[in-house]
Design a protein around this ligand. Structure first.
Ligand code: GLA
Length: 411
């Protein structure tokens, strides 16, 4: 045996020994059914064999790995959260600090929360997140400035209930964006400037923003509210990254092409858009190849702006197919294996995107299965399991699959 093989055999023996010891010492705190207590040597050549300590049970455990540290050579890893999670010493806050380095408020920085009426701005929630981020050296995403949903009616109507003119809505939108973005100048790193401006059919969404502002500058295109939104945000904070965020870009080629064409035109006109956000609310039938294909289309925008990026902004992986109406899913070994290997394939694809210079940030929509929106949408009363940490904050086997992936790929 060569020395390298001898060393490798010795390492394998040590890991096996420590795995047996770890299993023996785990009693009442068993990890979730989709977890594992054993330590392992990752597959790979002798040169790439890596040791992964799997003795942690909970996401906040001192000996738990850290998702964002594991993937730090490729991208940041973030989560949506609520300021109620930021209670000093709580398990929730420990998980956030340990596992993630980018944060998006799930609801508290949306227009209805931050600017509920014309003269009222609520900065408390985002201020609190910014304070937390500064203390722990994290990145903040501002979500969202202009959206058709969770946006109060006052923007669109006058006191008599009539829809306002394009001039009035443009002024209101500018005031809204300027006030909020300049309040956080240098503090909020990334803004989802507009959200879901495309419809399901691939064209522009028929929103109030679109209907009222329309072709404001008379140049023939009808996405002027988007152009004005980006220009205004850029004036308020020239250093913030400005994102156009949408769903189904990972699965619909029609929608992807519409997005590509629209952003291409805007970039050529000098509109300051830095990237496209792929929400990635996906399900168990997700197709990696379609996603790669669509991202390649979007990344042709680098021919216009070499720094143009995509961000993954709201990733979760529903255990139910979109058209499935059932409320429970049986977590058989076979299902869990499929789920975990799909998560692994997705993160392997994201690593490829990062290595191609396409992406540097991946944000999950929530950090545990207990509080995911997918427990009530699109079927209420459902128990879904779309994330990497379970409802008791135990590390799921999908989490370990990603830690293993990062370890095996890391250089
Ligand atoms: C969309 C929005 C998010 C959030 C999710 C689901 O994707 O962008 O703000 O509302 O839906 O909760």
């Amino acid at each position: 045996m060569k020395i390298k093989q001898l060393l490798s055999a010795l390492l394998a023996f040590m890991v096996l020994f420590s795995a047996l010891t770890a299993c023996g010492s785990t009693t009442s705190d068993e990890p979730s059914s989709t977890g594992s207590t054993s330590s392992s040597v990752e597959s790979g050549t002798d040169d790439t064999a890596v040791y992964v300590d799997r003795s942690a049970v909970y996401a906040y455990d001192d000996n738990a790995p850290s998702l964002y540290e594991a993937f730090s050579q490729w991208f940041k890893v973030g989560t949506a959260m609520n300021t109620s999670d930021l209670v000093e010493g709580s398990e929730e806050m420990e998980i956030l600090i340990k596992q993630y380095n980018v944060f998006t408020l799930e609801n508290e920085s949306k227009p209805d929360a931050m600017h509920p009426s014309e003269d009222v701005y609520n900065f408390e929630a985002l201020d609190k997140l910014v304070e937390f981020a500064n203390e722990y050296d994290k990145t903040v995403r501002g979500h969202v400035l202009v959206w058709h949903s969770q946006c109060p009616d006052w923007f669109f109507y006058d006191d008599d209930g009539n829809t306002v003119s394009a001039d009035v809505l443009v002024e209101r939108m500018k005031e809204h964006i300027t006030t909020i973005v300049s309040h956080y100048q240098g503090e909020v790193d990334v803004w989802d400037v507009v959200n879901e401006v495309l419809g399901d059919n691939g064209g522009l969404r028929d929103s109030m923003w679109y209907q009222i502002i329309g072709d404001y500058d008379g140049d023939g295109d009808k996405y002027d509210f988007i152009e004005i939104a980006f220009t205004t945000a850029h004036e308020a904070d020239p250093d913030a990254r400005l994102i156009i965020n949408d769903y189904s870009l990972e699965s619909s080629e029609d929608k992807t092409i519409t997005m590509y064409m629209m952003v291409k035109n805007m970039l050529e006109e000098g509109i300051p858009i830095d990237g496209i956000g792929l929400q990635m609310h996906i399900d168990i039938n997700f197709d990696v190849e379609t996603c790669k294909n669509n991202v390649e289309i979007l990344m042709k925008l680098k021919e216009i702006d070499p720094d143009f990026v995509i961000e993954i902004t709201e990733l979760d992986l529903s255990c139910f197919s979109w058209d499935d109406q059932s409320t429970e899913v049986e977590l058989t070994d076979e299902f869990v294996e499929k789920f975990d290997s799909l998560y692994s394939d997705i993160f392997e694809m994201l690593i490829e995107f990062s290595e191609a210079g396409y992406l540097d940030s991946v944000v999950m929509w929530g950090y545990n299965d207990g509080s995911t929106w997918l427990n009530s949408y699109p079927v209420s009363g459902r128990t879904n399991h779309p994330l990497l940490i379970d409802e008791d904050y135990k590390l799921k086997s999908a989490y370990w699959a990603l830690i293993d992936l990062a370890a095996s790929k890391s250089s």
